[in-house]
Write a protein that binds this ligand. Structure first.
Ligand SMILES: [Zn+2]
Length: 141
């Protein structure tokens, strides 16, 4: 992302371990997900134990950040009491590694989206009640 813009306000994140580790990596500009040390399953969203084998040990693996848009919608109703300007677009990205990731498009809108459109992760400055953080969003690849 170019230029310095004020942090976009966002709903409060879920924090505490192991979520904090995800956000720490985002702060370094890296999208990392939990790879189960027991069975190799790539978990997302963040979990405390593996949904496949119940193991509680994970390695934070850097993923490519590449994916494709598999669904999208525009929110026109104010679910967050004025926190986010309306309307806003939300996309469902299928990462190359498999997990589905709900995010926002950056630099394009629903009028630009075609099924399976390739996208690449980027990070924007965002803020919630706990402070500022780097939020993963997706740009056209
Ligand atoms: Zn597992």
């Amino acid at each position: 992302m170019t230029g310095k813009r004020p942090a976009e306000k966002r709903p409060d994140r879920t924090l505490g371990p192991p979520h904090d580790t995800f956000w720490e990596w985002c702060g370094k500009g890296e999208l990392r997900l939990q790879r189960c040390d027991g069975c190799g399953h790539l978990a997302w969203p963040v979990v405390r134990k593996c949904e496949c084998c119940d193991a509680r040990a994970f390695t934070w693996e850097r993923v490519s950040g590449r994916g494709k848009v598999v669904s999208w919608t525009t929110f026109e109703r104010d679910y967050y009491r004025g926190l986010m300007p309306l309307p806003y677009d939300t996309i469902l990205v299928e990462l190359e590694e498999g997990p589905l990731f709900v995010s926002n498009p950056q630099g394009f809108g629903r009028q630009d989206i075609t099924p399976d459109m390739p996208v690449q992760v980027g990070f924007i400055d965002a803020g919630d009640a706990a402070g500022t953080f780097r939020l993963p969003v997706f740009e056209r690849a």
